[in-house]
Every structure is written in C-alpha cells, then in structure tokens.
Write a protein of this length. Structure first.
Length: 354
C-alpha cells in the first residue's frame, strides 16, 4: 500500500468513527469505497450525509406495469419534484434514500438530475422487489440461482446502472406477508451474497411479519452476514414493540418509516395517529437503550403514477422532531436518530458474523 492509499483509508476510517461506527465494523481494504456512501453523483464520506431520510420514493411507478428503467416525463418530474426537494433541504435534510427498486420505478439517470438540480444527496438501489405479490419480479429471477442474481447486482455496484455510471448505495428487496416464498428466500439470499462482495446495506420490505424476520436473519446467519447489515423496513407495521426489540438486540436496524400527518397505515387502525404510533414504538426502543438501532422516515412519494395522491415527507422535521423534543429527547439523541444512525447504516462495510 502506498502512502496516498494509506492516508485515504485512514481518512475514511476517521469519518466513520466520527459518526460512531461500532469497533467491530472495520473498513475492508478489499472494497475501495469502504467507509463511504454511494450517491447518484458519486461517493461521499459517511459523515457528509447529514440529516437523512432513509426511505422515500422520489419517483415511482408502484401500481403500474413493471418497467426497468422506468420511463417518465422528465420535464414534468423536474418541474414538480425539484421545488419540493429544495423545500425538504430547507428543513435541514441533506440526503434522501430513494427506495423505488428496479422494475418499480428506478431511474438512476433521472435521480442524478434531481440531485444536481436540488442540491440534495440521493441514493439509488440495486436488487429486486418481491412484495406486492411478486408483480415486480422479472422472469429471469425465477430461473437464475441466487449467485447469478447477486452477480447482476454486484456488477451494478462495480460498473453502474444501465450504463449511467450511477452506482447503487444499498440493496432493496421486498418480501410478501407470511413465511418466505421460494422466490422471496432466493432474493434475500442473493442480497446477502451481494453484501459480502460490496458492503452495501440490505433494506428489506418486511412490515408486520416477524416470522419472515426470523427466516431472513437465519439466511444471513447461514451466509455469514451479521444482522447489522439488515434493515427491517416498515417495522412500524407491528402492533407492539416486542419483536422490534428482539431484532434490534441482535443488531438489526429498525426502520420506522411510515410517518404521516394523519391517521394512517397498515398494521394499526384503532385511531392512533401515525406520529403517536411511531413515538410509542420509539419510546419502547429507547427504554431498552436501542436508539442506536433505529432509522426514521416517511415512505413518502413525490411523483406517483396517474392520479395517486402524493405522500409528503416533511413530517419528521415539522412535527415529529418537535414532538421528540417536547417528550424529553436530547439534541444528541435526535442527532443520533437522523444523522449518526443513517451514516453508520449506509457506510459501505462488510459486516460478517464473528
């Protein structure tokens, strides 16, 4: 290793330590981007993410026929979306993770344009979305073994998505309700294989499905991947916090990403508002000293297809953070939730079981 490479890796490690990376998760010199985060406009230090929304849909075709890459009226997207992204940036947000997976609305080139026009960092995914009854799973995924699927996603990490030069910053998978189907289990295994070669975080749509959580964590264990490489997406879908606590105690990330300004969300229909439900779950995790395993977001949608309603993603800043402050959360605790935790989660790092 020459002096320049040594200094570069030392700087990356220092950036990770500044956001509280656990000691066991050391930078992997086999991955040039170790310790960094991949955005649509290039790699940045993990500590440069700033305040981060970890699960939004800036553009999406959910509910429409699968497309990859998804086609949009770019002029209309830029006209509609850029002002909203600038508004979100004015609230203090620096980075947005776009979770519209391949065939579900992903368009890496357009997301790059949106990032450049708004000044906000955007992350795009690799992987496949197995939820929604597998409507967005392409035929080849049924025929190919997990290793072949992983090769596809690793190639995007190394060479960019569809010739755009834009590289994915995480893996996005979805699974249906109930026990894992064969295709869902295959996707999860392919994702773990991808993680071992790339260090990309695994965001897996799971919602109120603790049984599938156990099955996914078992697959990670079989492949030698630590639970800290895995995010329980839409975890707020549960009725109570017990399964979240158990998963977090194992090291998994708990994504409470359904913040809404009105009563809403699958998993609870008893009149509790979205913000109250999120607050109650967060309180339970805080009581168990597990705030360092929590991620927050909205599952918002800025440009949905057709006449589907937009879902804003400003509630975290306008409502939930003031609520946390009123509830006794310190600035350090809030900073941990929206700055440090996302930086630790999305920093490229292979996380193996010891």
């Amino acid at each position: 290793m020459n002096r320049r490479e040594f200094l570069k890796r030392t700087a990356s490690s220092a950036a990770l330590m500044s956001v509280g990376l656990p000691f066991a998760l050391r930078a992997n010199p086999a991955i040039p981007d170790a310790g960094k985060v991949l955005t649509t406009t290039g790699s940045i230090g993990a500590s440069e993410m700033g305040q981060t929304l970890v699960h939004e849909h800036i553009i999406t075709i959910f509910g429409e026929k699968a497309q990859e890459p998804a086609e949009y009226d770019e002029e209309k997207v830029l006209e509609d979306v850029v002002p909203y992204l600038k508004y979100i940036k004015s609230l203090g947000c620096n980075t947005i993770v776009d979770c519209s997976a391949a065939y579900l609305g992903r368009n890496a080139a357009l997301l790059k344009k949106l990032s450049e026009a708004s000044g906000i960092n955007i992350l795009v995914s690799t992987g496949l979305y197995g939820a929604a009854g597998d409507d967005y799973v392409p035929d080849y995924a049924y025929d190919e073994p997990p290793g072949k699927l992983a090769e596809r996603w690793i190639d995007e990490f190394k060479n960019g998505i569809h010739g755009t030069g834009v590289r994915p910053g995480f893996v996005k998978i979805g699974v249906d309700s109930g026990p894992l189907s064969d295709i869902d289990a295959k996707l999860v295994r392919a994702a773990t294989m991808t993680h071992l070669e790339t260090g990309l975080l695994l965001q897996i749509h799971t919602s109120n499905n603790p049984r599938a959580v156990d099955q996914q964590l078992q697959i990670l264990k079989e492949e030698g991947v630590h639970p800290s490489a895995w995010v329980w997406v839409h975890a707020q879908g549960v009725d109570d916090a017990d399964p979240l606590i158990k998963a977090a105690q194992k090291g998994a990330w708990i994504s409470l990403d359904g913040l809404r300004s009105r009563n809403y969300f699958n998993g609870y229909g008893d009149g509790r508002s979205s913000v109250m439900h999120h607050f109650e779950l967060l309180q339970a995790l805080k009581k168990e000293k597990l705030l360092d395993r929590v991620l927050l977001s909205h599952d918002g949608s800025t440009f949905p297809p057709g006449d589907r309603p937009k879902r804003p993603y400003d509630v975290l800043f306008t409502t939930f953070i003031p609520m946390l402050k009123a509830g006794g959360y310190s600035d350090d605790e809030i900073n941990q939730l929206i700055v440090n935790n996302p930086a630790r989660a999305f920093a490229i790092q292979v996380r193996r079981n010891s």
